[in-house]
Design a protein around this ligand. Structure first.
Ligand SMILES: NC(=O)c1ccc[n+]([C@@H]2O[C@H](COP(=O)([O-])OP(=O)(O)OC[C@H]3O[C@@H](n4cnc5c(N)ncnc54)[C@H](O)[C@@H]3O)[C@@H](O)[C@H]2O)c1
Ligand SMILES: O=P(O)(O)OC[C@H](O)CO
Length: 376
């Protein structure tokens, strides 16, 4: 490729060079973009730029030639047409404070790749971005789905969803974030897409716990299925569309995270189930397990909106050392004497309707060449 062609490639920036930031950088580069990564540690920036490796977070993966990295945020952000954010959720606000003066006056899309809520405020990452950068929410997008970094870095075929209140922003980001092994769908349900990613982490911790205890597939399938009900009830109460929770960002991610030993949330749960204390688990985890910090703020939001989350409540009790991990399973839904209906607690009786609408939406997507129907 000539220098001229190289320079004509769209330029994008990824802030955060952990496993997901680096993998997403590879997705974008393999999709044709010139990618600049921002890494906190200069030695990691050097390794990405010179050796085209990130040996700590993505061992054995060769990164594309058109990916470079710097430890200077100013350098990383200069000239970016899209900015992707992938630091641990609890560190986003402090990083945005540094980013703010560097993007003042810019209107480029800002894309959250994160799957946590802020511990103190319970805010989703797109809300923190909007607040801290004081920017138009139509510029903000979020990416979510069954996206275990190492599998994608090995170029195993995967789908994701890009959500933005603005269809135009979602489309622009999805066009950039795709290649031969990665496919981005779009929707406009930011709340559902973000909460799908946050909530499946909590259910994955529960699955890890029962795995660690030694329970088998019936227990896990029961928790996954009832977990999806909790996720849907919670997200809908916050304003999400129920269909989103049946899609890639909900059910899709729930399956991937609950099944995979690569999942950090699942791993953290397994250690808890094996009898390690919360403090020991935090010490042992080398990477970000967002679920651990999201449990308390999610339960606060659930209580405020009158949604019951018995599985997540039990995860909190195990984290607090107030419940023996072995006791997590028998109380799958409720422990009162009245048999409970299987449908969502919202009592809308709309389970069939939600299923039908997701089926209809899948058909619409096929008709529109993989995109959501206009206004979907
Ligand atoms: N790894 C995955 O498979 C995956 C997939 C989808 C989404 N996510 C989400 O992506 C986000 C990032 O996760 P990850 O997997 O890349 O985590 P990671 O633990 O692999 O990497 C985190 C990165 O953030 C850096 N970091 C830590 N504290 C920081 C701070 N205060 N300021 C700036 N940088 C800091 C670390 O040095 C590291 O480079 C999380 O919200 C996670 O849920 C991860
Ligand atoms: O490793 P986890 O548990 O953070 O999960 C990674 C991704 O969110 C899976 O989609």
């Amino acid at each position: 490729m000539s220098r001229r062609e190289e320079a004509a490639r769209p330029r994008v920036t990824v802030v955060g060079s952990g496993s997901w930031g680096t993998t997403f950088g590879k997705i974008l580069a393999d999709g044709g973009a010139r990618v600049t990564m921002w890494a906190r540690r200069p030695e990691l920036a050097l390794e990405i730029s010179e050796a085209k490796r990130n040996s700590r977070y993505l061992p054995g993966i060769n990164l594309p030639r058109q990916m470079t990295a710097t430890a200077s945020l100013e350098e990383a952000l200069a000239g970016a047409e899209q900015i992707y954010l992938s630091v641990p959720s609890q560190a986003l606000r402090e990083n945005l404070a540094t980013i703010r003066p560097l993007v003042a006056g810019s209107d480029v899309p800002l894309v959250s790749l994160m799957k946590g809520v802020e511990r103190e405020s319970g805010l989703r990452m797109s809300q923190v971005i909007e607040q801290e950068l004081d920017c138009d929410p139509m510029r903000i997008a979020v990416a979510s789905g069954p996206n275990l970094a190492l599998e994608i870095a090995k170029e195993q075929p995967t789908a994701a969803v890009i959500a933005s209140q603005s269809q135009e922003t979602a489309d622009a980001v999805a066009r950039r974030a795709r290649n031969l092994y990665f496919r981005s769908f779009v929707n406009t349900d930011v709340i559902g897409t973000e909460f799908g990613g946050v909530l499946k982490n909590l259910i994955a911790v529960a699955i890890g716990i029962v795995d660690g205890v030694g329970y088998g597939e019936n227990t896990k399938a029961s928790i996954i299925t009832r977990g999806l009900v909790e996720m849907t009830d919670f997200a809908v109460a916050q304003g999400a569309h129920p269909e989103t929770l049946q899609g890639l960002a909900g059910l899709g991610d729930l399956i991937a995270t609950c099944q995979s030993p690569l999942s950090r949330n699942n791993t953290a749960g397994r250690l808890l189930g094996q009898g390690f204390s919360f403090q020991d688990v935090v010490k042992q985890m080398q990477q970000t397990a967002e679920g651990l910090a999201s449990v308390a703020p999610i339960l606060t939001l659930a209580r405020e909106s009158g949604v019951g989350m018995p599985i997540v409540e039990q995860v909190k009790m195990v984290l607090d050392g107030a419940m023996n991990p072995k006791d997590i399973a028998p109380h799958l839904t409720t422990d009162d004497d009245t048999p409970q209906g299987e449908r969502t607690q919202n009592g809308s009786g709309d389970g069939g309707g939600a299923f039908w609408r997701s089926f209809q939406r899948a058909l619409d997507q096929l008709r529109h060449g993989g995109r959501g129907a206009p206004g979907a």
